[in-house]
Design a protein around this ligand. Structure first.
Ligand code: FES
Ligand code: FE2
Length: 387
């Protein structure tokens, strides 16, 4: 008799406490305890821009004084969207009846009311705090009394000669669309999955990074106070050893040294996996570069072409991160997985998240949040070290 056939299998399910990002969900509330990038600084300008983050749709703009603002889109008057608003010196003006809001949602003018609206102080357009750093606009969507300091990262603070900081929003690791139609956790887990590099990015699809990456590494996985650290050791043909350290840290950071090895040394850039909603994410990156556009140029070419130009047959013949991660489905079915020894990083990362969920449930602050400037400097072990 045949066994193990697909007949009669149970419907799959996913671990919603780890994956869903909406307000009121466990992971959604955990993620709301941190700052997230919601755009490049250049995206905040005098044209109102729709921004989607953690399942919320918001409007990003920059007032005439240069201050960025992030507001709930439905005007507090009668609900039309501020997407059709006009940005002015003091804020954004709704198209319908001209109510004017500042970057913190205060209503400054109600032109259809006698005297400009004597009761306008009673109205507050819902808003979120934003701060700019590393070429990115960061927003905090959580409880105001729990707002941490926006972290600083040593790898972006300490520059070497000739380096400057650049931000990029173009796509995921080996190339793909800017908005990736699957759950953010599929990408974050990929960061601590070093074995896929030697398969997906090397033997399966040809060299997507550099030939050294095709060597199957020896790997050590380690839990850290802010996430998971992976050390991959590769013996190279020239007799040297490449020690590559990668980290996934709270809240959604991928701390991955250049897979092309580059100059070597400490990690040059960090990527934030921004959950747009439960089934879409995008990546913002900030890094130390020596030439403008350097971050975007690291994108892999498949069959000599950038990802956007691949035919369906080429996607099948040369799959990369985008294909593998979206191939797991909108939200992967955890009930159907068989985690193996090589998946220890994923198990550790899920355990890290479980711990943070428990901390939040107990009223504590999750790992990686600091409330004083002094406590907000983060150092990583990540990098490519040739020894
Ligand atoms: S709906 Fe915005 S001012 Fe009336
Ligand atoms: Fe990858």
């Amino acid at each position: 008799m045949d066994s193990g056939t697909a007949y009669g299998r149970k419907p799959g399910s996913h671990r919603s406490e780890l994956t869903l990002v909406g307000a009121g969900t466990p992971a959604g509330e955990l993620l709301r305890r941190y700052w997230h990038p919601v755009g490049l600084c250049a995206d905040a300008n005098t044209t109102p821009r729709k921004v989607q983050v953690l399942g919320e749709e918001l409007i990003l703009f920059r007032d005439g004084k240069g201050k960025p603002g992030l507001l709930y889109p439905r005007c507090a008057h009668r609900g039309t969207t501020l997407y059709y608003g006009k940005v002015e010196e003091r804020g954004i003006r709704c198209c319908y009846h001209g109510w004017l809001y500042d970057t913190e949602g205060r209503c400054l003018e109600q032109p259809c009311e006698e005297g400009g609206g004597p009761r306008r102080d009673r109205v507050r357009q819902p808003w979120y705090p934003v701060e700019e750093r590393y070429g990115l606009v960061f927003a905090y969507l959580g409880p105001p009394q729990k707002k941490p300091v926006l972290p600083r990262y040593e790898c972006l603070e300490v520059l070497e000669d000739g380096e400057f900081i650049e931000a990029d929003d173009s796509s995921i690791g080996s190339g793909g669309a800017q908005i990736v139609p699957c759950n953010w956790l599929q990408h974050w887990e990929n960061v601590v999955d070093p074995f896929h590099v030697a398969v997906l990015h090397a033997s399966f699809s040809g060299t997507q990074f550099v030939p050294q990456m095709s060597v199957m590494p020896q790997v050590e996985f380690e839990a850290t106070p802010i996430g998971v650290k992976v050390t991959s050791i590769r013996k190279l043909e020239d007799g040297r050893t490449l020690r590559r350290v990668t980290e996934a840290t709270a809240p959604t950071l991928r701390v991955v040294a250049n897979p092309r090895i580059g100059r070597g040394g400490r990690v040059e850039s960090i990527g934030w996996t921004l959950p747009i909603d439960d089934s879409h994410f995008r990546i913002y990156v900030a890094g130390r570069v020596r030439e403008e556009g350097e971050l975007g140029r690291f994108r892999s070419k498949m069959n000599g072409k950038p990802w956007a130009e691949l035919t369906e047959a080429e996607h099948r013949d040369f799959p990369g991160d985008y294909e593998a991660q979206t191939g797991q489905g909108e939200i992967t079915l955890h009930s159907e997985e068989h985690l193996a020894t090589s998946d220890k990083g994923i198990a550790l990362l899920r355990r890290f998240m479980e711990k943070q969920l428990a901390a939040v449930a107990e009223g504590k602050d999750p790992a990686g949040t600091a409330f004083t400037d002094g406590g907000a400097l983060v150092r990583f072990a990540a990098g490519n070290f040739l020894e």
